[in-house]
Design a protein. Structure first.
Length: 312
């Protein structure tokens, strides 16, 4: 297991629209479990804006940023055929071993090993649509930090981090893809720590080192936790929660309460149908783009129906 001193930084936005909330985004990832081996503990967790969100056509693409390997595609993980659960969470984990704490019942879980294991070094993580590339493809042949090719049609979410001792050598690609890459420009070992995991809480992303061992829980080291864009402290005793809501997560409200009256009933259904048919009929602050993908179509109707049936 590689144990590199790194400064980790990340922020994700919907490409081309920093003000919009992506329909699905990275919520938590664990790339460097303490001890050895990593197998059985690595995971990637996604969270959607609406429950039961279809992941058809979406890929997780991880681009290496280490040195001479910068620009090479390490992972291309196809999510077609999967969806988030009734709690809006999807968990891809590398084995069936016990997890502590255990995932929520509403989470959709895929168990399939990552081959190779998730890279611990500098990386750019993407959620994309329309992937047409291949693993091993070099997207930055001249290593100038600018992608020479972008074999996808849309970037939904982007997360980047670099290694502390390789500042100025390692590369990331989030900025040019509509994301923000933030790195601490100080390789001092006191500041530059091993980023074992990144976690989103509300609209903040935290790069954290953890204590613990299999099967968990893995507890955030408060001395090696940095938040972006705001370095607000995490709750005391913060633990990784694969397949469950992150501690301190913002209350998303009740998406099915479309008219905002505090109840989920046929008035909400009528309000959504009216909004779907005519944008001028939408309740204040509401849109028929229920899945947040930038289009109003039957996917939005399906997403609303699923949320309505799930209730709150």
């Amino acid at each position: 297991m590689k144990k590199a001193m790194m400064v980790c930084a990340a922020m994700a936005v919907l490409a081309g629209s920093a003000a919009a909330t992506p329909p699905v985004r990275f919520n938590e990832a664990f790339v460097n479990p303490p001890g050895s081996p990593d197998n059985g503990q690595e995971f990637i967790e996604l969270r959607s804006a609406a429950p039961n969100f279809s992941l058809d056509g979406i890929w997780i693409v991880i681009i290496d940023g280490d040195n001479t390997n910068a620009g090479q595609v390490d992972q291309a993980l196809n999510l077609t055929g999967w969806s988030t659960g009734s709690n809006s969470l999807f968990l891809w984990r590398d084995g069936p071993t016990v997890l502590q704490p255990a995932p929520e019942a509403g989470t959709v879980i895929r168990v399939q090993d990552f081959s190779p294991d998730l890279e611990n070094g500098a990386n750019t993580w993407l959620l994309v649509r329309g992937w047409s590339g291949t693993v091993g493809m070099d997207l930055d042949a001249n290593k100038d930090g600018v992608l020479d090719s972008t074999p996808w049609t849309e970037v939904i979410d982007a997360v980047s981090y670099i290694e502390g001792e390789d500042l100025g050598i390692d590369l990331t690609y989030a900025v040019q893809l509509g994301g923000i890459d933030i790195s601490t420009p100080d390789p001092d070992p006191v500041i530059a720590y091993t980023c074992d995991s990144f976690v989103r809480v509300c609209d903040n992303i935290y790069a954290i080192d953890v204590f613990g061992g299999s099967p968990g829980p893995y507890i955030a080291d408060p001395n090696e936790t940095t938040g972006f864009p705001n370095n607000d402290p995490l709750p005391d005793g913060f633990v990784l929660t694969p397949g469950s809501a992150n501690p301190g997560e913002c209350d998303p409200g009740c998406p099915a309460d479309f008219d905002g009256d505090g109840f989920v009933d046929f008035f909400d259904f009528d309000a959504f149908v009216a909004c779907f048919e005519d944008a001028n009929s939408c309740p204040p602050g509401k849109t028929a783009d229920f899945d947040g993908d930038g289009f109003v179509d039957f996917f939005d109707f399906d997403s609303f129906v699923a949320a309505f049936e799930a209730g709150c």
